[in-house]
Structures are given as structure tokens and as C-alpha cells.
Ligand binder design. Structure first.
Ligand SMILES: Cc1ncc(C[n+]2csc(CCOP(=O)(O)OP(=O)(O)O)c2C)c(N)n1
Ligand SMILES: [Mg+2]
Length: 582
């Protein structure tokens, strides 16, 4: 067979059904036979979109995401999306055809060294040194992406698609993650049995291992409250009495207050990332004196951020099941104060819900002025509450990076895993819309909704073209506050309301949507938000993509990074006024 055939057959062997990218001569010889191999090539508007789609696709399913593009500029366009997938721990195989090996270094066309660019944002990189190794290294990239949970790069000098090879097509290995060392599990079970106020943190690893049921069983055995880790709101069902909501920025005060009381923290499938455990609302909730049991399939994150008592390197689901079975028929200290703890859980949850109900808008000086001066009057929090109430029960929601998307963390609740696809720790604006398009391809029967700020929308709305051309119906909820709000918030808090670069002038986004072949709905009042969302989700069933433009005031919620900013200091005379007057 030819190397192109070997490559495509290996994709098929790994059950690849969809590949995202933009057409290019460097891989056309393989692309030509994608359809015959049962592989759909989804042509995107930008390669960054293709990378995010592959990410969203993998996060919504248990499959690999795959993307491919033209050597040189097509590949450099992937960079941000690969970094995002790296920090979302998503198994994406990034196929990067490169300048031909016979001319590399001569400074021909579309030439750059493609391995160094991705070296810090991939879990594994394969360079195809000769055509005979193309299938083998393709397979390696699939195995490593799954085992290491992150993107891998398959770099292919473009001439290596041609020729003849005599090889066997590799088969998937179906490797399993470690179950957790038995001694560590036994020690952890002893520690949990002695706990008086155990609290569980359920993280992304629980979602990825399909371990929600196992964590639920463990929680019920202990009647332990379950907080979800930052931006993994789908790691525990929100209707469960032990669910307390998300930790981290704009998370649940109920979770934070309950966690602060813990004597033993059971952190399952979470790296306890530093940003996701920062104090919020002035509550420094991390229980410094508690014993911490951390379970993660990646040994490199155990004890990395938070001091721990027992680290268990293992699959979240299998290890949670292991703990639950070791606790079977044991005397549990926490059952002595069971009712007291149950009352406390309910009390904290009710307090937070009623605080959210009353928290219709922001109250700080800037926000109050902005509300009265803004052209648009709708309050983001009220709009988010209304959307929450109208959210279809099996919806998938992606969220972008921005002030309003961050505030949405308090209002996004899910019943099942693989439902929330936030831009994770890489934190790039422009993630949510393409990610939800990929998720929709993986789960076409589920309503797919992206929350996006107007600034981030400007970066990503081009992918409406992909929705229309490829018939992938989704809903984008665009929060038009006419500003790069999250960054403006820093200018309010630190830079004396000097707004350099943070105001936006927007077109009518509903007209833009319509002219691109989608529907557009403008919402100016939170009471209309729910109906608009229902209509848009319904339109998905008829193949239509809808952009809901939420015209909201310029008020702003708490900032991202109080931890990382300082009040400005100026020594030069000409800049002396550029300080913070408060
Ligand atoms: C690619 C990228 N560029 C810049 C930033 C810095 N940044 C973080 S939030 C933000 C503002 C987002 O504005 P918008 O999308 O309108 O949402 P809003 O904050 O107004 O709700 C910016 C520019 C980023 N995170 N990612
Ligand atoms: Mg904005």
C-alpha cells in the first residue's frame, strides 16, 4: 500500500469518523481517500477553530479528536487550540504535515520547523522519519494522547505520504489507567473512616473516566458534600442532595464554606490547580489543617499545588470504587454527626441559592454608574439565571473567557458528565464557539450551546460559516456589553478608569448571523432570554444555527486576578498622574 493508505487505514483502525481542518496540498493524497475510509472531513473557517472543534469533540465523547492542516501557516494557526487542549487534558491528535524532507532548510514555501513550536503544549511528538513508519507513529500518537490525556503531534514531511510500504495496520491497545496502589487505598480508607467532616472534590478526571456514579456511591456512603472542581460543573449531578456546586472563581459559596470545615478532603480526579483554588468573595476556603487525599491518573500533579497526606496515582472511577469497597461494613466516625452535617449542607445550599436569587445585579460604584449609563439595560446575572432555568436537561454548554462567562459559573448546573466545556486553564478567548461545534458533531442529538462575550465573539464568529456549510446546528449566546469586560474590570480596579483598548463597537450581531446563513435573535430583557434559548435549541433540531445576542449593561462582576495585579507605581514625571486614585 502507499503511506497515505497506511495512514488512513490506521485512522480507521482507531475508529476515527471525523477529522477537522482546512484543505491543503500537503496531505491531499491522504485526504482524497478519507470518504472511502468512512472518515468525514469537516472543513472549518480557521485552523484554530478546527483544533478547538477536535477538543470539544473529544470532550463530548470518549473518542479522540483529530485535526489536520497545511504545512507552515495552517499548522501555526493550530497553536492556541493545541495549548487549550493541553490544559483541558483532551486527547487530540494533531496531524501536522511539514515541508518535504528533501527540501527542508532551503527556505522554500510554507516552511517552518514544526516540532519546537508544539514541544511544550503536547504530551508526545512523533516525527515520521520515513514512510514505512507513518502507520506505526500514527498509532503511537493515538495511544499516547489517551494514556497521557492531552494532545499529541504527528509531524509528517509531506513527501512521506508517497511511495510504497509493506506493513501491518496497527490495532488499538485499549490500555487502562492504573487502579491505584492497594496500600495507599487502604491508608486512605482508614483516614476516611476516622473523618468527622469529610468533603469530596469531584474533578475533570471523574468526568473523563465516567466515574460520576462511583463518586456518588462514595459520597452517599459518607453523606459527604461534593464540590465540583473549577469549571468541571458536570462532575456531579446538580439535583443530588449532596451536590454543593463548583469551587473557584465565581463558584458556589456553599461549596467553599463546607470545604472550609473539612477535616479530610477527598479530591478525586483533580490536580487542584492553583487558579481553581484561589480565595473567592473574600473567603479563603482551603482547609489548611485538613488531611488531603488526592487521586489523579497523572502522578506529576499529586501534591503539586496542595500539601497532601495521601496521593493515589489511579483512575478516578476505579480508585473511587476501590475506596468505597474498602469502606464497606466499616465503622465511620462521620456517621455520628450525620444529621448535623446534613443540616449544615442544606443550610449552606439554601443560603447560596437565595443569595443568587437576590443578586440581580452588581453593586460596586462602577457597575451602578454603568447600569444607569449603558444603552442596554439587561443585567447579566438576571440573564444568566433566566438561561439556567430554560436550559434543556441534556444540554452541552461551552463557556468562553470573560467577565460574564465567568459569572455564569454560578448558574451552570448539569445532571450528567460530558456536558460542560469551558475554556480551561489556558484561558483563551475564542474557545467556546468552535468547541461546541465539535461537541455537536460528537453528540448530534444533544442541544449544544456556547456562552461567549462580544469580544471573544469577534475572534470566533467566523465559524458560523462552518455551522452553515457543514450543517452543524448549534446555539451561541453572545453577551454584548460593548467591552472587553474582564480586562476593563482591571482598569476600573487598578488603573483609575483609564480605558485603553477595552471598549468595543459592535455591528448588529443578529444581522451578521443572518447574512452568514444562521438565525439571529436579539434579547434586551431577561424575561425574553428563556424563550429565545428554547427557540434556538428547537431550531437545532431543524438544522439551524442561532445566534442569540444578549444586550446587557456594562456592569462587571469580580475580577479574575486580584492575586496577580498591583496598584500602578510611576516614577517619571510625565506619567505621575497614571496611578490609582481611590
Ligand atoms: C486570546 C486571548 N486574548 C486576550 C485575552 C485577555 N482577555 C481575557 S478576558 C478578556 C475580555 C473578554 O471580553 P468579552 O469576550 O467581551 O467578555 P466580557 O468580559 O465582556 O464578558 C480578554 C481580552 C485572552 N484571555 N485570550
Ligand atoms: Mg464583552
Amino acid at each position: 500500500m502507499t503511506p497515505s493508505e497506511a495512514f488512513v487505514e490506521t485512522l480507521a483502525s482507531y475508529d476515527v469518523k471525523d477529522v477537522f481542518g482546512i484543505v491543503g496540498s500537503s496531505f491531499m493524497d491522504a485526504l482524497d481517500i478519507f470518504p472511502a475510509a468512512g472518515i468525514r472531513f469537516i472543513a472549518t473557517a480557521h485552523e484554530q477553530g478546527a483544533g478547538h472543534m477536535a477538543d470539544g469533540y473529544a470532550r463530548a465523547s470518549e473518542r479522540h479528536g483529530v485535526c489536520i492542516a497545511q504545512n507552515g501557516p495552517g499548522i501555526t494557526n493550530f497553536v492556541t487550540s493545541v495549548a487549550a487542549a493541553y490544559w483541558a487534558h483532551t486527547p487530540v491528535v494533531v496531524v501536522t504535515p511539514e515541508t518535504g524532507s528533501t527540501t527542508m532548510g532551503l527556505g522554500g514555501f510554507q516552511e517552518t520547523e514544526q516540532l519546537p513550536i508544539f514541544s511544550k503544549i503536547t504530551k508526545y511528538q512523533a516525527h515520521v522519519t520515513e514512510p514505512a513508519r507513518l502507520a506505526e507513529l500514527t498509532s503511537r500518537c493515538f495511544e499516547m494522547a489517551a494514556a497521557e490525556r492531552g494532545p499529541t503531534q504527528l509531524n509528517i514531511p509531506r513527501n512521506h505520504f508517497y511511495g510504497e510500504v509493506d506493513i501491518d495496520i496497527p490495532e488499538p491497545l485499549h490500555l487502562r489507567s492504573p487502579a491505584g496502589d492497594p496500600d495507599s487505598l487502604a491508608q486512605a480508607a482508614d483516614m476516611i473512616a476516622g473523618a468527622k467532616f469529610p468533603v469530596i472534590i469531584s474533578g475533570g478526571g471523574v468526568v473523563m473516566s465516567d466515574g460520576v456514579e462511583s463518586v456518588r456511591a462514595l459520597a452517599e456512603k459518607l453523606t459527604a458534600p461534593v464540590a465540583t472542581s473549577y469549571l468541571h460543573n458536570d462532575a456531579f449531578p446538580a439535583s443530588h442532595p449532596l451536590w454543593t456546586g463548583p469551587l473557584g472563581y465565581q463558584g458556589s459559596k456553599a461549596s467553599m464554606k463546607l470545604l472550609s470545615k473539612a477535616d479530610v478532603v477527598i479530591a478525586v480526579g483533580t490536580r487542584l490547580g492553583p487558579f481553581g483554588t484561589l480565595p473567592q468573595y473574600g473567603i479563603d476556603y482551603w482547609p489548611e489543617h485538613a488531611k488531603v487525599i488526592q487521586i489523579d491518573s497523572d502522578h506529576k500533579v499529586l501534591g503539586l499545588v496542595k500539601k497532601l497526606s495521601i496521593g493515589i496515582c489511579g483512575d478516578a472511577k476505579v480508585a473511587a470504587e476501590g475506596l468505597a469497597s474498602l469502606l464497606e461494613n466499616r465503622n465511620l466516625a462521620c456517621l455520628a454527626n450525620l444529621e448535623e452535617r446534613q443540616r449544615e449542607i442544606s443550610r449552606q445550599k439554601e443560603a447560596w441559592e437565595s443569595e443568587l436569587d437576590d443578586w440581580t445585579h452588581e453593586q460596586d460604584e462602577w457597575s451602578l454608574a454603568a447600569i444607569s449609563e449603558s444603552d442596554f439595560k439587561m443585567h447579566p446575572r438576571q440573564a444568566l439565571r433566566a438561561l439556567e432555568r430554560a436550559m434543556p436537561s441534556n444540554a452541552m454548554v461551552s463557556t468562553d473567557i470573560g467577565n460574564i462567562c465567568s459569572v455564569s459559573n454560578s448558574y451552570l448546573r448539569f445532571e450528567k458528565a460530558r456536558s460542560m466545556f469551558a475554556a480551561m486553564s489556558f484561558g483563551n478567548c475564542g474557545y467556546a464557539f468552535p468547541a461546541i461545534i465539535g461537541a455537536k458533531v460528537a453528540a448530534p442529538d444533544r442541544p449544544a450551546i456556547a456562552y461567549v462575550g462580544d469580544g471573544a465573539w469577534g475572534m470566533s464568529f467566523g465559524e458560523i460559516l462552518t455551522c452553515v456549510r457543514e450543517a452543524i446546528p448549534v446555539t451561541a449566546v453572545v453577551f454584548n456589553n460593548q467591552q472587553w469586560g474582564a480586562e476593563k474590570k482591571n482598569q476600573v480596579d487598578y488603573y483609575g478608569n483609564r480605558f485603553v483598548g477595552s471598549n468595543l463597537v459592535n455591528p448588529d450581531w443578529t444581522e451578521v448571523a443572518r447574512s452568514m446563513g444562521a438565525e439571529g435573535i436579539a434579547v434586551e430583557n431577561h424575561e425574553a432570554a428563556g424563550e429565545a434559548l428554547e427557540k434556538a435549541c428547537d431550531a437545532q433540531r431543524h438544522g439551524k444555527t442561532t445566534i442569540i445576542e444578549m444586550r446587557v449593561s456594562r456592569e462587571l462582576g469580580d475580577p479574575f486576578r486580584r492575586d496577580a495585579l498591583r496598584k500602578p507605581v510611576r516614577y517619571l514625571e510625565k506619567y505621575k498622574d497614571f496611578v490609582h486614585h481611590s
